[in-house]
Ligand binder design. Structure first.
Ligand code: NAP
Length: 261
């Protein structure tokens, strides 16, 4: 069987590699023998992880500290990446916000849309072209279980995750003729810094970031999208059976109890 490096190319670029699911992706890919480019804002964390992965797995690891809300992040990133062959792109960086839409700061919401939606589009446009020329590559998008139904009081965040689900699924179809594997990954509640950043309570069923990554890597190349965890899969499926207005009202009542007092 081919290694990931043989199948997709030498380097994997992971955004949001300083914590949580992104860090778990970086560890998985380095363990599998891929050189890794680590992107996020926190320089010390990226540099410590890069040094650890090189020492542990003998791979090259490049830390690229940058802010994905910066209008010029692509110029800074492409300059650092140079002509390295990026074969796997993990569009993972993202965060959430909760509360009434009317009370959210529009500038903060715009930043979230930049990180969660615009950055994956810009990165994919840039790195997909050489993948198409090589007729190989893999691109992952971080969606969420909240992408499977409108989610009041996390409205903008849930919409960004629906965007990633549709982006990943649409590109799966468009890019398969070039032998590029695309996957939209939807975790449920996962034990990362996400809930602290979003001021959100964690749900009752919590997955580890390592399990979420295993789920993704098993599904990559086999299907356009995957939901992590049996209960999350059932929930995502159940939303298709009930009238949309019913699931929306239920979600609004339950989430409103916690986030819109
Ligand atoms: N945890 C969950 O329950 C859950 C469930 C469903 C989906 N997800 C999705 O999973 C993805 C990863 O989240 P996580 O759970 O691993 O959360 P996390 O532990 O908070 O990690 C988020 C990562 O994104 C990076 N990031 C945030 N803002 C950034 C910016 N402006 N520029 C560059 N990097 C930025 C953070 O790095 P710096 O702070 O160092 O910049 C960090 O590395 C997100 O897209 C999230 O929507 C998470």
């Amino acid at each position: 069987m081919k290694t990931l490096r043989e199948k997709y190319g030498e380097w994997a670029l992971v955004t949001g590699a300083s914590a949580g699911i992104g860090e778990a992706f970086a560890r998985y890919l380095a363990r599998a023998g891929m050189d890794v480019i680590l992107v996020a804002r926190r320089r010390e964390r990226l540099e410590a992880l890069a040094a650890h992965l090189t020492q542990q797995h003998g791979v090259q690891a490049l830390a690229v500290p940058l802010d994905l809300t910066d209008a010029h992040f692509m110029e800074a990133l492409t300059e650092r990446v140079g002509d390295r062959e990026v074969g796997v792109l993990v569009n993972n960086a993202g965060y959430g916000s909760t509360g009434r839409f009317l009370e959210r700061d529009p500038a903060g919401e715009a930043d979230m849309v930049r990180v969660n939606c615009w950055a994956p589009v810009a990165l994919t446009h840039h790195f997909v072209r050489p993948m198409v020329a090589r007729r190989k590559g893999a691109i992952l998008f971080l969606s969420s279980v909240v992408a499977y139904q409108p989610t009041p009081f996390m409205t903008t965040y849930a919409a960004t995750k629906a965007f990633n689900l549709f982006l990943g699924e649409g590109l799966w179809y468009e890019l398969r003729k070039y032998h590029i594997d695309v996957l939209a990954l939807s975790p449920g509640t996962t034990a990362t810094e996400f809930h602290q950043v979003a001021h959100m309570a964690r749900g009752p069923v919590v997955a580890s970031p390592e399990r979420v990554v295993e789920t993704a890597m098993r599904a990559l190349g086999r299907k356009p999208s995957v939901v992590d965890g049996t209960i999350n899969r059932l929930l995502a499926f159940a939303h298709r059976l009930l009238p949309r207005r019913t699931t929306l009202s239920l979600a609004g009542r339950i989430i409103g109890l916690f986030h819109a007092r």
